[in-house]
Every structure is written in structure tokens, then in C-alpha cells.
Design a protein around this ligand. Sequence first.
Ligand code: FES
Length: 504
Amino acid sequence: MDKVTATQTGLLSDALDAAGHHLPMPCRGRRTCGKCGVYVAGVTVPADEHEAALLARYPQPELPGYAFRLACMCQIRGTVAVVTSSIAGVVVADVGMELISYDGTEPQSLGCAIDIGTTTVTLLIFRLGDRELLAEVSQLNHQVAYGSDVLSRIDATATVGSARLQDVIVTQLTGMLDTALRQTGAQATDITRMTITGNTTMLHLLDGLPVRSLGVYPFTPQTLFGETRPARDIFPGLINAELYLPPGISTYVGPDVVCGLLATGVGAAGQAELLVDVGTNGEMAVSDGDRLWCCSTAAGPAFEGAEISAGMPALPGAIEDVWLADDGRIGYRTIARKRPKGICGSGLISAVSTFLDAKLVDETGAMRGTAIEIGNSGISLTQADVRRLQLAKAAIAAGIDTLLAEAGKQAEELSVLHLAGGFGSYMSSESAVGIGLLPPTLIERVSASGNAALTGAVLLTLSRESRGIAEQRAARAEEVGLATHPVFMDRYIEQMSFSGDDNV
Ligand code: FES
């Protein structure tokens, strides 16, 4: 057996690929064959139900200190050692992420990292000394009752007040923290460090700050954070913990983007790279190895499965992949192989890409008929669904084009496209290119970074030095305003087409 060290965040198969170790992946990472198994040691997200079921099909001998995992499903959160009998040589993966380890004096104490997404909130508890992940809790943001996007939440505060939305999120986080602590058997007093990231509006609402100015020109924030304070200010039980709120760049390029930059290494000196975080807001950053540009574009919640007639979050039963089979029929797969209940963001992209291949939808987005059923799932997409995806895709693709124009780069000059976001790891690069969301010349250079904002929050919890790096990067980043940018306006119209032309 040979041993490889991979230093990466995101999918293990991507880290191995980036290191030049191409595992045999019979189902091309579609998570069906169960044949991409490797032994892993290090910080990983525990196997979900689907991976566990596949692993049970092919039992493996034990290797002390290592877990047997499927590389196309195993999310890694830092440095891991991988043992496989099918790869040759020993290589240290060359990726941009800074090697950050705990710089405190109590290795047994616990850290907590939280990402408040507009749609989903995720909380991790881990041991600081060895970064062992002890608990992960993820829930729909309870503030969705006040609107699915940032602007509707801001509007809602005019009626119910910021304090009400603050109360909703603090109550939710307190409950999630209790659940996570129960899972680990630890006490609140064991937590000594905590980082909470999110977009600028989510952190304003967490802090109970007024948000009206975030929603109207010139979109002025009350603060851009980048501060440490006692965690008990928000969570009275966390009497031993310090809370770090990472810095943002502007109202619409927030602390979550800065965390993503830290996690992926985009903006560190060196290579030209692109970070795309696809969510309710599309946030992007490009570095030419020296300067760093970033922007945010309102993609709407289509990528999160919201405002789509059969849309749902990426939960068991959501259609997550769609393809055209050899016999011309449309195949599909649901999360956890459950009966189809709806469709999530990755399924939506892959369904529309398949409809384009099957000529059921044309490049202008016009659909044959008023709705198309996905295989025999009972789940259909309507013309309005396709139009929503078209708008969201155009916003992201035109944002990428504008950043590249600012940086004076062509897509093919970039060495890596880091794809982050709730479903970035699950979205098929082929489908994303198929609908023209990502430039086709980068298809071989896509690295799925998972929830890069959350990974960045883990790094900021581990090390105070990393906070200095994040603050410098935030200060150095140049924000590109898209609303009146001539390149954005031109490209937005052109990118409404599903052709996927790489014509920047
Ligand atoms: S490649 Fe088939 S399950 Fe991973």
C-alpha cells in the first residue's frame, strides 16, 4: 500500500485528484458504485446514511488509526493521510490552503464554528488540539419565516424590529449548541473558542444591529466586524469562550466570503484562482496571484431549491442528479435513495442540463410544453422553474465574466476554480458547464470546496494568527460593484442563454 498526504478541504477525491492521484471511480463520483474506497486518517465529516450503506456492501479489513471511506463522498476538513492500494508514489498535495493549527495551550478544550447561511445554519464542535470533529448540526435558518432572502429579512425588520430576528437566530443557535453538546457528552464550559460567520446581514441580525441601511443605496453597514468578544454576550452559558466575528469586505461581500478565501487560499500570493460560492447570493473572488477582486450578485434562492415549484432543500428524497440514459430515457437519483419528494439545487441544474441535451428545452430556455416530468419520478419542472434558473445562472456567470475582465484574465489562465456553497460539492461540474453556469475551459480544474465559509470559521477558531491573515485579506480585497458595471450589464443579457459559451 502507498500513502499520500492531502492538505485540502472539500471532497477527498478532489484532493487526491489535485495531488495527481486519480482513483478508479467507476460511477464517476455519482455515488452509486461504492468502488472508490480508501483508508483515511485525519479530520473528516462522518459518513452519512448513504455512504454507510454503500460501505456495508464491500466490507474491508481494519487498518488501525484509519477509517475506510468512499473518496467521492468523504468531506475532509484539513490535512488527512490516505492509504490506498491503487495509487503509486507518495505526494504532498499542492493546494492553496494555509496550514493552520491550534495556537492555544489547552488542546483538550473545544472549539465551535458556526455558519449562518441565509437558508441553512450549520454548527460544528471539535477538539482544538487534534481538530477531531465531535458534532455537526445543520438546520434550515428559522428566519426564513421572515423571507427567503436577505432583502426580505431587512424589510421584515421594519415591521417586527431587528430584535425579533435576533431573538429567532439566537434561540435557534442555542438549541443547536445544546443538541451538539448532548451528542458529544461535553459541557458548555469546555468550549473556549467560537467563531460565527455569515453574510454581513446575518451577522448584523445576530448582533441585533439596525439593518435598514444595508438594503438601500449606498448600502452602508453599521460595522464590518473582525472583532473578538466574550461569547457569553450572546450565549450566557459559554462563560469560558471567546467569540470571533470575522471581517467582511462590504455589505454584500461579507465575512462568509473572507472565510472562504482563507479556507481555499484564494488571495494568497501565487496562483491565479477563482472562488465561486453559489447560494442565495452568488459571491465570487478572483486573484491574479497578486491582487484580489470580489463581487456579489443576487442569484435568488433557486440554487437552494426555493421558489422552484417542486423545490426542496438537499434532504433525503430530493432529486439530486438527472441524466439521459443510452436508451434516451431520463434517469434520476434521489438523496439517500428515498422516494422522490422534490428537487434540490444540484438536481435542478442537472435536470435542465439534461433537458437541453434531450432538446426538451432550447438555448433560450423555451420548454416543449408547459412542464416536463423527470423520468417517472412524479416530479416535474415548469417553464417558470427554468426561467428562474436562467436568471440565477446569468447573474453568477456574468459576475464571473466581470471579475475576469477586471483582473484582465481569460478563464483558461486560472489554475483552480474553487466551487463552494451548500451544494457546490454535489453539483456536477458537467451539468454546471452544460447550462453555462461555469466556463467550459475550467471543467478539469474545478475543486469542490464544500462549505468553505464554515471551514474558514474552523481555521479562525483554531488560530488567532489566522484572524490576522483574514483581516489583511479583507482589507486588500477590491470590491467590484456589478449593478452599473458595463461588462456585467452586457454579459448578463448574453448569459441568459443556456449555450454555455466561454466567450469572455
Ligand atoms: S466513484 Fe462510485 S461511489 Fe465513488
